[in-house]
Design a protein around this ligand. Structure first.
Ligand SMILES: Nc1ncnc2c1ncn2[C@@H]1O[C@H](COP(=O)(O)OP(=O)(O)OP(=O)(O)O)[C@@H](O)[C@H]1O
Ligand SMILES: [Mg+2]
Length: 235
């Protein structure tokens, strides 16, 4: 469980996170909200890329702000990014190995990288990332986030660019993460079909604040949530 209390982030007068209090208490928890709501900033603060200006985040009794980003990674915090991170000229294996190097001792890296590639179902570790199709690229990005005993996996729009059946396949994989790897997933996503399918609960951000939280179907039906999306996903 990720307990966020009174969290704020300041970028010189802009407050992308503004006194946010929420418990992310499901093993696959959605975080949704309009463009600019603060979703990526939240993942950046949890993972240690962006410093908070106030508040706290506690995960499994650990005060996250006492750990550096590297320490969080070694503890088991993983994330994917909204922009692609794959290096096309490197093999799938080397793309995953780079992440293993940040979080695992050397002797464990090879097997952990292969296990992550196998988990996501990529058929070959040796092909260049540049030769992968769009779904395979998303799977490779996910493998990078799953290498070596993740405890919390933060995903920033991991299914963007995928079409219907690809999104379904990706969603099925996301649902296996808590069951088979024991890690909690926080899914930031604009695709509400995917959110509805894989997230037991969802938090809605708007202007850096919590607009709603609860079981996904209930939250998506709330008038205030639908209003925040006027002109966006629900129209
Ligand atoms: N480094 C930064 N400096 C200043 N402002 C920033 C910075 N990063 C983000 N912002 C601002 O913070 C707000 C929240 O941005 P954020 O990227 O967290 O939104 P988001 O919910 O992820 O949006 P999207 O759905 O478009 O990805 C936006 O107004 C954005 O312009
Ligand atoms: Mg974002």
């Amino acid at each position: 469980m990720i307990s966020i209390a009174e969290l704020s982030v300041d970028f010189g007068g802009v407050r992308p996170i503004d006194g946010l209090t929420v418990d992310l208490d499901a093993m696959v928890h959605g975080v949704i909200g309009p463009n600019g709501a603060g979703k990526t900033t939240l993942l950046n603060v949890v993972s240690g890329f962006t410093p908070p200006s106030g508040g706290s985040i506690v995960i499994d009794s650990i005060d996250v702000f006492e750990l550096s980003a590297d320490q969080r990674a070694r503890w088991g915090m993983r994330r994917t990014f909204q922009t692609e991170q794959l290096v096309d000229r490197l093999s799938v294996f080397d793309n995953v190995l780079v992440m293993a190097e940040t979080s695992l001792p050397r002797p464990a890296r090879h097997d952990a990288s292969m296990a992550a590639i196998e988990f996501v179902g990529l058929p070959s570790a040796s092909v260049a990332a540049g030769s992968l199709n769009s779904l395979e690229r998303r799977l490779a990005e996910l493998a990078r986030a799953l290498v070596g005993g993740p405890k919390v996996v933060l995903m920033d729009e991991p299914a963007s660019g995928l079409v219907g059946h690809e999104t379904e396949q990706f969603g099925a994989l996301v649902q296996r993460i808590p069951v088979e790897l024991g890690a909690q997933v926080v899914l930031v996503e604009h695709d509400l079909d995917l959110v509805s399918t894989v997230c037991e609960r969802v938090a809605v951000l708007d202007f850096g604040r919590l607009l709603a939280q609860g079981p996904t179907a209930t939250v998506l039906a709330e008038p205030a949530v639908r209003a925040a999306w006027l002109g966006e996903a629900l129209t």
